[in-house]
Design a binder for this molecule. Structure first.
Ligand SMILES: *Cc1c(COP(=O)(O)O)cnc(C)c1O
Length: 367
């Protein structure tokens, strides 16, 4: 008998650590790019009442097509950008991570290829691995922008079925110019889809357009969004996309039955009714971000330009020591990105003061 390891998991998954940032109970949590502001009592009461109403019919399966929620999401997107988005162009799931996994299930798979440009979101290769899609990664320039000539060449060479591009990019904060989205949609053509992951879209600086404005021009373009970041709803688990209705139809084939619970649908629709309040801190978070970038540069550090609610800074010979030093002072940030860099989420004004104080201490202690 041959010896095998237990449990009899797929060989390529054996021994792999599950993805996830440390969830530590510390006073200042700046590690997963959440919105630091809690909903108001009024919004909490409306969400609770809506969930209560949904509970009355929990003996029944939920609306599989989540029509009311799709209408709410389409209306919200149409208000955020210079474009009209209709409910049949919208699809949602339990976080945009699930939306993107569904895209890989429908458009990736054995014999198919997905690409992205590093450094980028560390979940993308996992969607590819989990769906048996070949994963190829190109590289960003030293300023973390994507060189269009190199990107076109990679598309020519790999003929991808899925291109995954976050804009703003995580962990660097870099937004993608509209010319890059257009160039990639044209290069990929009808053989594949281009997914622009706008998880941090609402934080983009003024003058930076959303890829949603290009949807009418490219039917192979998919733009994903989430309620986890700007919308202050990370606990909701609600992500969504806008695309050609035929792409939503393709996802229906792979989605699990009734994947969005009645509770999720009710809570998300209620949260959407309070969009102005929940998004009300975006402006001040952007100001805190710009101030943080300036402060870190003033400290002599290298800092990537950011259109998101986090900032990548460095470089440190021993970034782990800096991360640990901050943690010892009650400030949790993220050890991620290229070697030597660290990522900090933008929090409240008080949290930013605590972060700056702790970093000054750590740098002093190390000098
Ligand atoms: C946070 C994040 C998401 C959002 O994930 P959810 O599943 O919607 O919470 C998507 N893409 C990137 C790049 C992110 O950083």
């Amino acid at each position: 008998m041959t010896t095998t390891s237990w449990p009899p998991i797929r060989a390529e998954l054996a021994g792999i650590e599950p993805y996830g940032a440390p969830q530590l109970d510390v006073p200042v949590q700046l590690n997963v790019n959440e919105n630091p502001y809690q909903p108001s009592a009024e919004t909490v009461a409306d969400i609770a009442a809506s969930v209560g109403e949904a509970a009355r019919t929990l003996n029944r399966y939920p609306d599989r097509e989540f029509v009311a929620l799709r209408e709410g999401l389409a209306a919200y997107l149409s208000s955020d950008v210079e474009a009209q988005i209709n409910p049949e162009q919208v699809w949602a799931a339990n976080g945009s991570n699930e939306v993107m996994l569904q895209l890989l299930q429908a458009f990736g798979g054995p014999g198919r290829t997905a690409i992205s440009f590093a450094p980028t979101y560390s979940m993308y290769p996992e969607y590819a691995r989990d769906t048996n899609t070949e994963w190829v990664v190109g590289h960003r320039e030293s300023d973390f922008a994507i060189d269009l000539e190199k990107a076109r060449a990679l598309v020519e060479e790999t003929r991808p079925h899925v291109v995954l591009l976050p804009s703003p990019n995580n962990p660097t904060g870099t937004a993608l110019p509209p010319e890059a989205v257009t160039a990639l949609c044209e290069a990929v053509g009808e053989a594949g889809i281009v997914v622009v992951d706008e998880a941090y879209g609402e934080f983009r600086r003024t003058g930076v357009p959303s890829a949603l404005e290009l949807l009418a021009e490219h039917r192979n373009l998919v733009v994903t969004r989430t309620m986890s970041k700007a919308f202050a709803g990370a606990g909701l688990r609600l992500g969504y996309l806008a695309a050609d209705p035929a792409i939503c139809d393709a996802i229906r084939v792979v989605r699990l039955p009734y994947h969005l619970s009645a509770v999720t649908q009710a809570a998300a629709s209620a949260a959407l009714r309070h969009a102005p309040e929940l998004l009300g801190y975006v402006a001040s978070l952007r100001e805190e971000r710009d101030a943080l970038v300036a402060w870190l540069r003033g400290e002599g550090l290298e800092v990537a330009d950011s259109d998101a609610n986090f900032v990548l800074f460095g470089r440190y010979a021993d970034r782990h020591a800096v991360w640990q030093g901050l943690l010892d002072r009650g400030v949790l940030i993220r050890e991620t990105g290229p070697e030597g860099w660290l990522r900090v989420s933008v929090g409240t004004a008080d949290e930013m003061i605590a972060f700056k104080q702790a970093l000054t201490d750590v740098n002093g202690a190390r000098a």
